[in-house]
Each structure stands twice: as C-alpha cells, then as structure tokens.
Design a protein around this ligand. Sequence first.
Ligand SMILES: Cc1cc2nc3c(=O)[nH]c(=O)nc-3n(C[C@H](O)[C@H](O)[C@H](O)COP(=O)(O)OP(=O)(O)OC[C@H]3O[C@@H](n4cnc5c(N)ncnc54)[C@H](O)[C@@H]3O)c2cc1C
Ligand SMILES: Cc1cc2nc3c(=O)[nH]c(=O)nc-3n(C[C@H](O)[C@H](O)[C@H](O)COP(=O)(O)O)c2cc1C
Length: 661
Amino acid sequence: MPKLSDPITIRGMEVKNRIGFPPMLSMSSDANGCPTKKSYNVYETKARGGAGLITYEAVSVEPVIFSAQNVTANIGKDDNIPAYKKVTDAVHKYGAKIGMQLADGGLIGFVLASIFGFKVEARGPSSVDLLHLTSAYETMVSSWPDTLKQTGAICKEMSMEDIIRVEDLFAAGAKRAIQAGFDFIEIHSAHATLHSAFLAPYSNVRTDKYGGSTENKCTFLLETMEKIRNSIGDKPPLFVRLSVDELLPDGLKMEESKKIVKIIENAGVDCIDVSQGNMIRNPKGIQIPSYFEHGGFIHLAEEIKKVTNVPVIGVGRIVDPKMADEFIQQGKADIIYMGRQLICDAETPNKYFNGQLDDIKYCMGCLQKCASTCVYDAYSGQNYTDLTPSADLKKIVVLGAGIAGMEAARVAKLRGHDVEIYEKSDKIGGLIPLLAMEYKKEEFMNIVNYLETQLKKLDVPIHLNKELTRQEISDLKPDILVLATGTEATVPKNLEGKPNVLTQDEAILKSKPIGKNVVIWGLGAYWRGGPETAITLAEQGYNIKALMGSNTTVATEMLMATGRRLWILEYLRDNKIPVYTKAKLLDVTEKGIKFLDENKNEQFIEADTFVYCGSRITKAKKLKKQFEAVAPKIQLIGDCKRPRDIAEAMNDAQTFARKLK
Ligand SMILES: Cc1cc2nc3c(=O)[nH]c(=O)nc-3n(C[C@H](O)[C@H](O)[C@H](O)COP(=O)(O)OP(=O)(O)OC[C@H]3O[C@@H](n4cnc5c(N)ncnc54)[C@H](O)[C@@H]3O)c2cc1C
Ligand SMILES: Cc1cc2nc3c(=O)[nH]c(=O)nc-3n(C[C@H](O)[C@H](O)[C@H](O)COP(=O)(O)O)c2cc1C
C-alpha cells in the first residue's frame, strides 16, 4: 500500500503526495468574483506548505453576480481569467496541482440570500416543500418558517431549458478555468448544491429523464460531465464531489451512492471526492465541530473504494497527518483532504514529512473562523503575513500566561525582543483549561500546548505562582508592560454571597456544592461558553433549565459555525432543556429562581442551584491605575482589555507584537 508521501497519477496528472486541501470558501473574492491578494495567499500558502493537491473553493459559473455574492468566487466571464491565472502560477511554483470546484449552490444560495436580505430564486429538480428542503434553518433561525410563508417562496421545478443553461455554463466555466491554468475540474455535486439535489431521493421526484431511477437521477450530472469534457479536451482530469451519505433519514445513502459512482465511472470520471452531509438540512458532516471523532467519516471513502477503480478522496476532521498516513496505508482512501487543519497550519505537510511534529499547530475544531481566517492567527488571516525582525528591541514583561499573553510573548520573541511572562496561578493557559472541561472541548488545549512548546523552544521564561507588585515590576525595568490578565467570573450584585448561586467557573470546576436541579443564566454568547456549560452539566446528569435576557438567540455570532451551533440547538431541543428567553431575573431563593417571563409575568422555577454564565469582569482599570508609569508603555490585550473570545485574544496579541518597531 502507498504512503502519504507517495505520488499518485490521475489521468496523467502527477500529484507529488497524497495530502490535499479541499475546496473551502475563503470569503476573499472581489466584487467581480475574482481572487484578491488574500485569495492568492490562501492558496499559495497551502502549496508552499507541501500539499500535493489543492482544490479552489466553490466557484460560480453564472455570468452575473448577485449583490450578496461579492465574496463568492466566479468564473462566469472571460474577464476573470487573468486573475485566476495568478493563483495557478503561484501554486505551480511549489509543484502542487490545483483544480477548480465548479458549483451551482442550488438552494444553499437561496437560503443564504434570504437570511442576508437578498432575493435569489429557489429552484431545484422538483417543486418540493421548501421548509423540508431547508430543515436545518428551521432549527437555527426561529423565524425561518414565517419567512418562507411570508415570501410565499416555493422551490421552482427547473425546466429543460433551465437545466441545459446550467450545463452549458458549467462547460464554459470549466474551459475558462483550464485557460487560467487549473490542472483539473471538480463538479460540486455534494452538500445540497444543484447537482446533488438531482441525486437525492427527497428533492428529485421528477418523472422525465432527469428523475426516477438512479440512472435517470444521474442524467444532469452525466450531461454536465460530457459537456465539460467536450469543452476542456481530453487531458485535464475531471473530479466529482458527492455527499455519499447525506446523514439524513430520507437522504442519499451509501447503497445508492455506490450505484452513482459506478455510473459516473463508466462515463469517465477520473476521481471521486467523497464527502457527506447537506448544508441546509444537516451541515454537521461538512462543518464538523470538535464533538465528532477525528477521521470519523473515512469509512465512507473506504466503502466507495470497494466499488470503483478511480482514485478516491476521503475527508472529515482529519487533523493529524499520522492518521492521514495510516488511512492511506490501510487503503481507505487514495488522497486525504485536510481542510481546517491546513487553514490552521498550512505547513502541516512539510512539518510532517520533515519530522517536526511538535511544531504543528493542531486545529481545535472550534469552527469559529475557518472561512476568513483561523482563531490561532486572527491577525494576518490564514497564516500568510510573514514576521519580520524588529529594529528597536525592547524589554517586555507580560502579566498573565493565558493565550493572549503567551501569543504576544511568542511573536515578540520571534521578532527579537526580550520577553518574560509572570502568571499568578500555578498553570498556563488562563481560561482554556477550564473551557476544555466543557463537553467535548478538550481539544481546545491544542492552542495552549502549541504555545507552551513554542515558548519553551524560544526560551521565554514563564514564572508561575507570581503576582508581581508594582515595586517588583519597577525593578525589572521593562520598556513595555503587557497586561494580559484576563477576566474573573461574576454573579449579579444582588445575588452575591448566596450559597446556591455559583459562578460559571465554580459550576464547571465543582468547587462549590451543586444540587441536582440547576438553572443556568446566559446562553447567548457562545464565547462565554454558556450553551456548552448547559450541555456539560446535562451530560453529567443534572436537570437543566436555562434563562436568557434580552438576547434571544442561543449561541449567537456563530453564523459560520453552523455545524457547531446546530449541534448545540439540537442537543438542547432533543434533551428537552427548556430555554426561557427575554427573561428578567428577580431573585434566587433557597427554593428556586424568580423571574419575569417574556410577557412580564412573574414565574418561579424550583431549583437547588443557580449558575451564572453572564458577563465576566476585567480588572484592567484597577491594574492600569496600580501600575501607572511603572513602564514607558503599558499595553492591554485579550480579555483584560475587553472580555471577548479566543480569536480576539490572539488578534490583540499579534497586533501588539507585530506592530513593535
Ligand atoms: C466557560 C468558558 C467557555 C468559553 N468558550 C469559548 C469558546 O468556545 N470559544 C472562544 O473563542 N472563547 C471561549 N471562551 C472565552 C475565551 O476562553 C477567552 O476569551 C480567552 O481565553 C481569553 O484569553 P486571555 O489570555 O485574554 O485571558 P485568560 O485566559 O483569562 O488568561 C489570563 C491569565 O492571567 C492570569 N492573571 C490574572 N491576573 C494576573 C496578575 N495580576 N498577574 C499575573 N497573572 C495574572 C490569570 O491567572 C490567567 O492565567 C470561553 C470562556 C469561558 C469562561
Ligand atoms: C468554512 C468552510 C467552507 C467550506 N467550503 C466548501 C466549498 O466551497 N465546497 C465544498 O465542497 N466544501 C466546502 N466545505 C467543506 C470542506 O471542503 C471539507 O469537506 C470540510 O471542511 C471537512 O474537512 P475538514 O474537517 O478537514 O475541515 C467547507 C467547509 C467549511 C468549514
């Protein structure tokens, strides 16, 4: 069996190894759908990092861009070819092969446009109940059924002319992609795109040549393949991405997918890109949070490999290149796509092949950025801004060994500054070890482990159990004092001192007694961890009820993280955890919690314990006063500056350290 480092040939295209970067929207195109400087960097870094195969994100073939699409890539007109040529030139410098994924988003485009307030026609193979076709959004956006009702939107059955138009646009787009130097073409026929909707049993109920038997349902895909082949000539390989299991009770499943694979293999497909899930009904196989096992979908590629002779790509939460190598050596797939891992650390292939395993930044599966950047590297976005040495070297003292303090120290030291960290507790990582105790969030420790390894390598001293006094700081004579001291958990003033009122930290750590029946306050901001604290306690056997204030949306600000947010919402729903929104907290007594409900009626919930997951407080003001003028410059970063999230903590740290002269 081959290894990860072995080359593979696909229809005469030599790929230097078996690590690939899958198509992933980078939200980096300009208003014409052309790649920007950021896009060049997104793809060039993957090639420079050692991936053998790269697939450019879903690209529209429509000649006209609708206004919400100004971040969507487009190859619908000749004018766009030169900009894409720059991408392929950049990638080819490193010996990688790059293909373009051509996509008609089908109802995905309709849903996103509706949410962002734009109008896009809902169309598909058949006029099927739109609410059913977009069922994930019924869970995620409570007003979604009303929106559909109010607009009267229906899924329009595509006419023969509509179908032929799309096929022709794909053929023309493919030709332009090859003119722009792409090595291969992929048809996006997965995840609820238009082509995949023709394959799925619930969305295609046509009775003409495009519906009915499996063969008929493949007609649209086969005609598109044929027209593309005619337009690009014999040489370039043609890939098809399929959701071989849509992870839906009535969705496309493995048995039928195997038949589809045989049909498209006979029609000349060169590679099957095996994916799973449906963006608008169940995105969890596409946006895979840390709740899912690493490599947990590889059995799908393995099954497909049994019925085809063309190379098969496997994907899904594969983070560790050792695991990728094992999958290749076990014959489970011919190529492994590593998506978010290469966004997190594009150099993963080189580091693996060169034996620098402890330098790899491992993806945490947080799904909080991914498209635009990675939380590790929120400053420069997808690791493309190189660090330069500083000219004016400073002595920097950092208070706090949370991620903000550690990242600031790492970048400043790499740029040549003299840095030390003082941490008042007995451990590094700040809040991360705490949040890693939440349900299936242990991988968040990856960021701490990475920073710890790097700081050791850089010889940055971290003094634990040390809360410096003003005098001690003054004696160190720093040029810059960095306050990265984070936040403290709180409870509302009127509840302070009540034995049955716990802060979030106390509840997670069980550092105070906690009763069986628990009411949690604060499920709005995902970055305060409230929704996952509720799930954690529920998993531990507590009976949970939840209250929310003015913010009525559970786990807000997580639009990109649809997979993680949907999972949270489904968990709360399926475990019948009541969530009272627009509540006003009145009091916590020995017997339970008094509050006004959304109709301003007083309610009482019997409970043993109240857990407050609301705002945390920073002591920045007090510290600034305490340390005033102890150093020529005092810099606040991370939650100390303002309580926010991991990406912002890292962003603050990098902004500070990168801007040093
Ligand atoms: C339960 C929970 C779940 C969360 N979940 C998420 C999530 O899913 N995604 C997300 O993005 N964010 C999440 N967050 C937020 C995230 O953890 C923080 O935004 C981030 O860790 C802040 O990092 P920091 O380094 O700024 O501060 P901290 O992590 O608070 O680190 C500050 C450090 O400074 C030390 N310190 C304090 N005072 C001093 C002093 N005087 N001298 C020396 N050291 C001092 C502290 O001991 C601590 O080690 C969650 C937070 C909580 C509480
Ligand atoms: C932000 C984001 C954007 C994505 N964009 C696309 C896309 O344009 N086309 C596609 O087929 N899949 C897309 N996917 C799915 C990925 O290609 C990949 O299958 C998924 O991220 C699982 O792989 P990973 O766990 O290695 O990241 C996207 C996923 C994410 C998280």
